[in-house]
Write a protein that binds this ligand. Structure first.
Ligand code: R5P
Length: 291
């Protein structure tokens, strides 16, 4: 098995290769003056089993096209098999037709990746885990909760309570709280499909101490801001914010810090200043298991 570092995830690919002790091919990549991607395999991949590491975080469409080019070219160059690690899988939030006529984007993305030549996709905390059941291509969803929990443990936050949001939040909060040996609560949230405005409901907590709010994704920060505001109204002291994927669009981090968060903690699925813990270990473990 050989790892291939896609342009979106070079740093994470290096870490996975080091942990898994696998050879890593770094693709040659540049952008033409008009923004089109140029990609070249610098060595032969004929007969090899490849695992491409290419996140599909923003700019999603560019990263997806690059992922397509890489597999299509690998197959053309005679690779024996090609799998994809997309640490963040784009478009998983559009997993159904909310309004008539809408594109079910994740369905198209998975079909596109399959037609490029990928045989399998590994991802981390996909937004809609239920899509694995109907995916046209095997989709392996790896959970980062333990890694989040062990990072938070090292911060030595005294007697914290873990708070999360929504159906999936329950799973995440219980796993992180379990790792920290503390309790958790789950808030309810709803979002207006047109305006994007988020409304959050949290049961009153007595004697509120320091809080760790966990979520799979922070995108606009709208959900986090409403959760933090509600917690602060209840008297929370310090509020730490932890997620897996920090998309941080439209000034999300400023908005979160403005309402009183202490710190924003995220994984390196999306490389940015919030990447404080790594999913490289769990990804390395999973691909070695499938070897
Ligand atoms: C919702 O199901 C997710 O867990 C996140 O809460 C949501 O995607 C975050 O988006 P935003 O930061 O735009 O509120």
């Amino acid at each position: 098995m050989i790892l291939v570092a896609g342009p979106a995830s070079t740093y994470l690919a290096e870490k996975i290769a080091e942990i898994a002790r696998l050879k890593l091919i770094k693709l040659e990549h540049k952008l033409f003056p008009d923004g089109e991607s140029y990609i070249r395999f610098p060595e032969s991949v004929k007969g090899r089993d490849l695992v491409v590491i290419q996140g599909t975080h923003p700019p999603q469409d560019k990263h997806l096209v690059q992922a397509y080019f890489i597999a299509e070219n690998a197959v053309d160059l005679g690779a024996n098999s090609v799998s994809l690690i997309a640490p963040y899988l784009a478009y998983a939030r559009q997993d159904k037709r909310f309004f008539e006529g809408e594109v079910i984007s994740i369905k198209s993305v998975l079909r596109m990746l399959k037609s490029a030549g990928y045989e399998k996709i590994y991802t981390v905390n996909v937004h809609s885990p239920w899509i694995s059941g109907t995916s046209p291509i095997p989709l392996i969803n790896i959970h980062a909760e333990k890694v989040v929990g062990s990072y938070l443990k090292r911060l030595n936050i005294q007697n914290p309570i873990v708070v999360s949001v929504g159906k999936k939040g329950e799973e995440m909060a219980s796993a992180v709280a379990g790792e920290l040996g503390t309790e958790y609560i789950v808030a309810k949230s709803s979002r207006d499909k047109v305006t994007g405005q988020v409304v959050v409901e949290i049961d009153r907590i007595r004697g509120l101490r320091d809080v760790i709010v966990v979520d799979d994704i922070i995108s606009t920060g709208g959900t986090m801001v409403e959760v933090i505001k509600a917690l602060k109204r209840m008297g929370a002291e310090k509020v730490y914010v932890a997620c897996v994927h920090a998309l941080m669009v439209g000034g999300a981090s400023e908005k979160i810090m403005e309402v009183g968060a202490e710190e924003i903690i995220a994984s390196d699925t999306i490389p940015n200043e919030y990447s404080k813990y790594s999913v490289a270990g769990i990804l390395a473990e999973e691909i070695l298991r499938g070897k």
